[in-house]
Ligand binder design. Structure first.
Ligand code: ATP
Length: 284
């Protein structure tokens, strides 16, 4: 038995981290949405073997226990004493270590697929709870809908679909380690975005308020190490974007545009500066 499962990239329309817990984990306040840039997974249940294998067409990824897709299969296999194995193939389209949650989305796709293949009958909420053990973005990725995410990543409040906008996603040629950026946080100087304003903008279908309130508390930290991020944002605005912001801990930057023609212009203009550029829409 086998299943094909899509693992969409996410972007952070707003990202704040007001404090960290005593065990070192972050408290998050985020609004995330998923876009039509995705990895494609092919997951097969092995009926007469118990090993888990991961293959990918990307040269940048580990295929052993370090792969988040492997961890998702292993966690389900152990928790439910499954006497079967899994073969996972990942067609990687989402840039790696980019702030687009590719690893977490792959893990969430494996949870959804094996839930069906192994007939576990778990709800999305139960899968999300299991996913939190892998990474704080996995619970969100189990749903992959526009959502207000709080706590350590486990509290997911699904929001309305985004009002109609176009997005241009651009990844500069650098990789950013999320733990390295988090270690640099100085809470006394952290600039907190207005996360609630984004939640309200979505609930009110208010594109202007959405555009005015994008924010990411980690951006000044990543941008200080990598000035390319600020340069890219400025270019996006110069080429006609209504707003531009960094996603996750970076380095990916996205532009938001009311009109497709503007987004197309931003996309075409950035192609000369940046190898990895995508014109995408939020998932409906
Ligand atoms: P986040 O925003 O959740 O921190 P990210 O988008 O910045 O994630 P990922 O692409 O998920 O970054 O990769 C983060 C790390 O996870 C990389 O070091 C990568 O090697 C590792 N990793 C493990 N499995 C995967 C996977 N299936 N896809 C991508 N990265 C993976």
């Amino acid at each position: 038995m086998e299943i094909r499962e899509k693992a969409p990239a996410k972007i952070n329309l707003s990202l704040d981290t007001p404090f960290h817990h005593q065990d070192g984990e972050q408290e998050w306040r985020m609004v995330m949405t998923s876009v039509d840039l995705a990895d494609y997974l092919h997951i097969k249940s092995l009926e007469d073997r118990t090993d888990i294998t991961v293959e990918t067409d990307s040269g940048f990824l580990p295929c052993d226990h370090r792969n988040l897709a492997y961890q998702a299969a292993k966690i389900l296999q152990d928790k439910f004493h499954i006497n079967k194995g899994a073969q996972i193939h990942i067609k990687k389209q989402i840039p790696v270590a980019a702030g687009l949650g590719g690893g977490s989305s792959d893990a969430a796709a494996v949870l959804r697929a094996l839930n069906k293949l192994w007939e576990l009958k778990l709800s999305l909420a139960e899968l999300a709870k299991i996913g939190l053990k892998i990474d704080s973005d996995v619970p969100y990725c189990v749903y992959s809908r526009t959502a207000h995410v709080t706590g350590r990543g486990e509290k997911i409040a699904i929001l309305k679909e985004l009002p109609p906008v176009w997005l241009v996603v651009a990844k500069p040629k650098i990789s950013v380690s999320t733990p390295t950026i988090i270690r640099q946080i100085d809470y006394t100087h952290l600039v907190h975005p207005n996360v609630n304003a984004i939640v309200n903008a979505i609930e009110d279908d208010d594109v202007d308020a959405l555009i005015d309130n994008l924010g990411n508390a980690l951006e000044p930290i990543t941008a200080e190490r990598y000035p390319e991020i600020t340069r890219l944002k400025k270019k996006m605005i110069k080429f006609g974007a209504d707003a531009a912001e960094m996603s996750g801990s970076g380095p990916t930057v996205f532009a938001i545009c009311r009109k497709k023609s503007r987004a197309q212009h931003v996309y075409n203009s950035l192609k000369g500066f940046c190898e990895e550029v995508y014109l995408v829409r939020p998932l409906s």
